[in-house]
Design a protein around this ligand. Structure first.
Ligand code: SAM
Length: 277
């Protein structure tokens, strides 16, 4: 699963590869559309796309927002946003280059109808982000985001036919052990943001959790291999070079079936600033 990368995003190669991936495969556009739909945007005037990267989530928001709405896409990576600015020109969209934790320094208090954050919140200081989101939301405004299944400790119960070949992750581990003697740590790392933890962080910031759902996204091995070739996500984590990781991936991909399907799990959260606050 995706690792907790606070660094690595402000890099042109990662940004180009990420943007190409989001246009070739549905993973990020589908999860962005799901979150935008849950944000209830039909009467929104101002919407924040938090950790918006190259603009995939902003695109989903713009498709559902009223014609006179304004969308602010905020991200700390200049490299990601410069691609977004090039690919997505819409007069309703503005780009803010800043950390998510500093949102309240860039957007007036109580001015925002919804904050949407796709596939990023676990990379941030969540307590600081929740406090900033609460400050900028109007009473009744929504904060909608997802957490990768491994970080939330959830697995969608979808049952699929047994894949015809071992998964890419298993193959990558085997090849890495064989060629470099690197084996993954035996003890599983506990999830960073399970539902009770995220609920407490939101409640402490003055936000109510109004809905949660574990969703499952079908992912082909071909899509997974393309995702693993984005530098910031390349496996195994750690000391090997990108070229070494790509050689491992190429061998693993050659031993797998590109059409095998697995399920990627997400914990989706809808929180609200209470009306009387
Ligand atoms: C997986 S991308 C998601 C981008 C976009 N939401 C999408 O769905 O395509 C994660 C983004 O989070 C941004 N990010 C990570 N930590 C951040 C932080 N603390 N503040 C602002 N942006 C951050 C990265 O720069 C990157 O663009």
């Amino acid at each position: 699963m995706e690792y907790d990368a606070l660094t690595g995003w402000d890099d042109d190669t990662t940004a180009e590869a990420y943007a190409a991936f989001t246009r070739a495969y549905p993973m990020y556009s589908a999860s962005s559309r799901d979150l935008a739909a849950r944000a209830g945007l039909t009467r929104s005037r101002v919407i924040v796309d938090l950790c918006g990267g190259t603009g995939t989530t902003a695109e989903a928001i713009l498709a559902l927002a009223p014609p006179d709405a304004t969308v602010i896409s905020l991200d700390s990576s200049t490299a990601m946003q410069s691609i977004g600015r090039r690919l997505l020109s819409d007069p309703r969209l503005t780009w803010v280059n800043a950390p998510a934790e500093d949102l309240a320094a860039h957007v007036p208090a109580r001015s925002v109808d919804a904050v949407v954050c796709n596939s990023a919140v676990w990379k941030t200081d969540v307590a600081a982000v929740a406090a900033a989101v609460r400050r900028v939301l109007r009473p009744g405004g929504r904060f909608v985001f997802n957490i990768g299944g491994a970080f939330a400790g959830v697995t969608h119960p979808d049952t699929l036919p047994m894949p015809s070949m071992p998964s890419l992750s298993v193959l990558i581990e085997r090849i890495t052990a064989r060629d470099y003697g690197i084996v993954p740590a035996a003890a599983a790392v506990p999830p960073k943001l399970p539902l009770p933890v995220i609920t407490r962080l939101l409640t402490d910031a003055g936000l109510d959790v109004v809905a949660t759902e574990v969703t499952g996204q079908r992912t082909t091995t071909a899509e997974r291999a393309a995702w693993l070739s984005i530098p910031v996500f390349a496996h195994p984590e750690g000391s090997l070079t990108y070229e070494q990781k790509m050689a491992i991936l190429a061998e693993a991909a050659a031993q797998s079936n590109p059409d095998d399907v697995t399920v990627t799990s997400w914990l989706v959260i809808v929180a609200e600033r209470p009306e009387q606050s």
